[in-house]
Design a protein around this ligand. Structure first.
Ligand code: ZN
Length: 150
């Protein structure tokens, strides 16, 4: 894990130690489970909509520091966003992780998510970081079944 040490920035460590929005949303409008077999990360996401806006989003599960911190930061980023805004944010986040982060123009709303830009150097870790996002996408669309990164 030593080669990953530069990924474990303070913000990621902090969100891994004390994840935000952990638990289950009551009377959820959508939920989904995600699994990353490569690393063993498991997550379930539930959310409550207010019309087209995400009123609340929470997650449960167990996984590595990257997947937990990413889920935690994601729940903070998505609160109050519309479905379209959430999808746009996911696409930007995905580009940040899969392209050279410096070339990606971070629009408003990316904020703290930018700490994951270093992950693009570790392709296996990209799946850890995007698992929560794939899962929340399914929860928004309220798809049945389990999302997997494979
Ligand atoms: Zn992982």
């Amino acid at each position: 894990m030593s080669e990953l040490s530069d990924l474990y920035q303070e913000l990621i460590l902090d969100h891994n130690r004390s994840p935000r929005n952990r638990g289950k949303v009551e009377d959820a409008d959508g939920s989904a489970q995600g699994y990353n077999p490569l690393c063993g990360d498991q997550i379930s996401v539930s959310l409550k909509m207010d019309g087209d806006r995400i009123e609340a989003v929470k997650f449960e599960g167990s996984g590595c520091a990257i997947s937990t911190a990413s889920a935690s930061l994601m729940t903070e980023a998505l609160k109050g966003k519309t479905r379209v805004e959430a999808t746009e944010l996911f696409e930007k986040f995905h580009r940040l992780l899969t392209e050279d982060g410096s070339g990606v123009k971070l629009g408003p709303g990316m904020g703290k998510l930018a700490v994951f830009s270093g992950v693009c150097q570790y392709p296996a870790r990209v799946k850890c970081a995007t698992l929560a996002w794939h899962t929340v996408k399914a929860a928004i669309e309220n798809e049945e079944g389990q999302v997997t990164t494979e």
